[in-house]
Design a protein around this ligand. Sequence first.
Ligand code: C5P
Length: 220
Amino acid sequence: VFCLIVTIDGPAGSGKSSTAREVARRTGFNHLDTGAMYRGITVAAIEAGISPEEHSKLTKLLSSITLSFANEDGKTVLYLNDRNVSTEIRSRETSKNVSAYSAIAEVRAAMTQLQQELAHAADTVCEGRDMGTVVFPHAELKFFMVASLEERAKRRLQDLHTETISFDEMAREIAQRDTLDSTRAEAPLLEPADAYRLDTTDLTFEEQVAYIIRKIEHSK
Ligand code: C5P
């Protein structure tokens, strides 16, 4: 079966997730949130007491756990084995640690394979950091979403309902995560040469979604 793959990459808080979710809803595509997968691995590793330096323990952990998405009440949730970890993966602790675990080659190899399997089952909007460059270099349609740091910190603050953190702290943590994700050796955050660049700083949510859907319709 030939499946259409749309990739959306970009830094933290650029609007990838919410946009990808809505584009998928309107087009009937699946939505693959690969950041959630790296966050799931991070939760599993922290709970197992494995630090990012312990590569062989991480490899063992990777082969002993299962990450899967499920649909519950119209929402996509992430399961780590038989436990719904959708809340844990969004915690500040997870956000602070995820870049260290996702820089590891063994972690990326396992996630890349799983992502390719998941996306080849249906038309999919794949969202992350290396979708258009490494995981799906031949995707039909690629996007790179960016926004100012200020705007991204503002959006992430609105996402975090349960934890208190100042605007400056949030901006600092996002900038730090971007630096780690962009400078790592393995599959760094890079703008694909053949991607449409979408600066969402001054766009409304509806404009972002409409732009991508228009391109999908043109490519059919
Ligand atoms: O997209 P989100 O902010 O949830 O991603 C969390 C983290 O997962 C990123 O900061 C990055 O370290 C990692 N990630 C990655 N490759 C992807 C998606 C996410 O390394 N394709």
